[in-house]
Design a protein around this ligand. Structure first.
Ligand SMILES: CC(C)(COP(=O)(O)OP(=O)(O)OC[C@H]1O[C@@H](n2cnc3c(N)ncnc32)[C@H](O)[C@@H]1OP(=O)(O)O)[C@@H](O)C(=O)NCCC(=O)NCCS
Length: 232
C-alpha cells in the first residue's frame, strides 16, 4: 500500500510532534534559538501540540502515513494565503489571541525550556523585514512553516507527495508559495525540485553568533528550478 497524505487530527498529534522533534534534532535554527543545555523536550512537545491544535483549526496541517498504519512518516504545516492589503478577520484575530494565551499558559507551567527569547525576536524581526520585501503579491502566499520526513523515510518521495498536496491547490488558485529553509544544502536543492527559487536571506545575528535562513518563493505552476547559490 502506498503513502497517504491526510489532514492532521487530534490523534495524530503525539506522532507528529515526535516526527518533528526527530527530524529537527540537529537543525541549525533550533541549535541557535535554544540553549541545548536547558532544552526541555516536554515543553517543546507541549508548544508544538498547541501549534498543531491551532493549525487543525486555521492552517493546512497534514501528515503522511503508510497504508493502513498510524505511524507518522512526515508532517507539513502550511499557513493559508492571506491577502496582505486587507485587515485580518475577527476569526483570525480571536484565534491569534487564543494561541497567545495558550502559549503564555505553557510558559507559566514549563518556563522557557531553553528558548533564548532574544533570539526568537531577532528571527521574527528578520522574517518581517524579508517578507515585506519578498511578498509583493497582495493576494498572499501559502507559507510552508515546517516540512519534515522522518530520517528513515527520507528520499522516498514522501516530501514531494506532501508538497504537491498544497502546491497543486496553489497552482489551481494561481497563488504563490513561500518558505524559509534553515539549510542551504541539500534543502534548497530539494525545494528547487518543487519549483521554489531563492528569494532573500534572513540574517539572524546575536552579537556575532549568527545563522542564515533562506527565503524561497514558488510562482504558480513553476517547475524544477536550478538554484543560483545564495550570496556569501
Ligand atoms: C526536506 C525533506 C522534507 C524532503 O523530503 P523527502 O521525502 O526526503 O524528499 P523526496 O524523497 O520527496 O525528494 C524530493 C526531491 O528532492 C530530491 N532530493 C531528495 N533528497 C535529496 C538530496 N539529499 N540532495 C539533492 N536532492 C534530493 C529528490 O530527488 C526529489 O526530486 P525529484 O522528485 O525531482 O527526483 C526531508 O528530507 C526532511 O525532512 N529533512 C530534514 C528536516 C528539514 O530539514 N526540513 C526542512 C526545513 S522546514
Amino acid at each position: 500500500m502506498g503513502v497517504r497524505v491526510t489532514d492532521l487530527t487530534e490523534a495524530d498529534i503525539p506522532g507528529a510532534v515526535s516526527a518533528i522533534q526527530e527530524a529537527f534534532a540537529d537543525d541549525p535554527y533550533n541549535n541557535w534559538v535554544f540553549d541545548k543545555s536547558k532544552f526541555n523536550p516536554q515543553r517543546n512537545a507541549a508548544s508544538l501540540g498547541i501549534r498543531c491544535r491551532w493549525g487543525i483549526r486555521n492552517g493546512i496541517f497534514q501528515v503522511a502515513k503508510e497504508g493502513g498504519s498510524h505511524e507518522i512518516l512526515g508532517v507539513a504545516m502550511w499557513l493559508k494565503a492571506q491577502r496582505t492589503d486587507q485587515p485580518i478577520s475577527w476569526h483570525d484575530w480571536f484565534e491569534g489571541w487564543r494561541l497567545w494565551f495558550n502559549q503564555v499558559g505553557m510558559n507559566l507551567w514549563y518556563g522557557r525550556g531553553g528558548l533564548i527569547v532574544k533570539r526568537y525576536y531577532i528571527w521574527k524581526e528578520a522574517q518581517a523585514k524579508v517578507q515585506s520585501q519578498v511578498w509583493t503579491d497582495p493576494r498572499g502566499y501559502y507559507f510552508l512553516n515546517i516540512m519534515v520526513v522522518v530520517p528513515g523515510a527520507q528520499g522516498r518521495g514522501i516530501g514531494r507527495q506532501m508538497m504537491r498536496a498544497v502546491t497543486d491547490r496553489a497552482d489551481a488558485e494561481g497563488l504563490p508559495c513561500y518558505l524559509e529553509s534553515s539549510r542551504d544544502e541539500p534543502n534548497m536543492r530539494i525545494y528547487g525540485r518543487f519549483g521554489f527559487r531563492f528569494a532573500a536571506e534572513l540574517e539572524c545575528d546575536d552579537n556575532g553568533d549568527a545563522i542564515r535562513l533562506f527565503a524561497m518563493v514558488r510562482e504558480p505552476g513553476a517547475g524544477p528550478q536550478s538554484q543560483p547559490p545564495p550570496p556569501n
